[in-house]
Design a protein around this ligand. Sequence first.
Ligand SMILES: *Cc1c(COP(=O)(O)O)cnc(C)c1O
Length: 359
Amino acid sequence: MSYRLYIPGPLTVSADIVQAMGKPMIGHRSKDFVSLYEDMQPRLQKMFVTQDPVYLSTSSAWGVMEGALRNVCRKGVLNCMNGAFSDKWNDVAKRCGKYAEALQFDWGKPIDPEAVRKALATGKFDCITFIHSETSTGTLSPIADIMAVVREFPDVISIADTVSSFSTLPIAKDQLGVDILLTGSQKALALPPGLAIFAVSERARERAKQSADRGYYFDLIEFHDNHVKGMTPSTPCISLFYGLQARLHQVDAEGLENRFERHRRLNERVRAWGYGKGFSLLPEEKFATRGLNCFKNDRNADLERLNKTLKSRHKLVIDGGYGKLKGKTFRISNMGDESDATIATLIAALDDALAEQGM
Ligand SMILES: *Cc1c(COP(=O)(O)O)cnc(C)c1O
């Protein structure tokens, strides 16, 4: 049974991307591979708004989230936490044997830059992690303000997860001064899962050189040494590379600004629908992310029943809340390929499925 995914990742992969991924296999040390890699690199740098190299990792985003810590954290990491994914990062840091402290904010609240300043001023940390768009709560933290604070501490390497914000709104890596900026294939890029994409500053690479236990699979130096040859350290998911290449060409054709505008418009359309039905957003509106809406279940809808109807009658699904927010919130993605037409279809389906519950 096929149905359209309006969950915040993975998303429905369009037919042209699937077709691109079906291209014949090539050797990962061949000239054809180098051409593929080198065709994507400037397009990726343009999207990250960076002069730094953009590496490609055959892993989900978590691979790079963990790997980045193993490369750059020597003294201690400050984990900014305000939702399921960012909270988890603290656990991951500890499991890697790092000294890690939590800077906890309530779920649905953004990261407070002043609190970051206070924590970093203790001198206990040489790196920081934060999530730009906390997908579990639909909350966008003020990355420019956070980075302005982090830049006051020159020894602190910054690792920013932009998994559900990348390509939905402008994120200028070099201007912000983020050292390691990462995203994953299955969110706003609407590719199948399994590929992490990350840009790394020279500062972060220098730090990595001093880290003895950075391992192999996510070793930034391995990535870089291969990158300069137009390659990856080990055999990558070449089919996904084909998909990414096709996506990058599409982004170029659409224009980044138009892409941002499309996501803003569709995001607001879903938001307006939710307000009209009597649902409020979990985060304060000015901190709401652009690739999805996380609504509070103010009207106590039966979300399981809602999704059952959406799936069986309308061949689509939304998300019924993540982790401890299950049943209390619902999330609707407008990332990837969503258009005015697909969002209109979604809204009509939601209206029908809610009517069944008298809403
Ligand atoms: C989805 C998501 C992740 C996890 O990505 P995986 O690809 O499952 O490793 C991490 N961070 C954020 C913000 C996400 O939305």
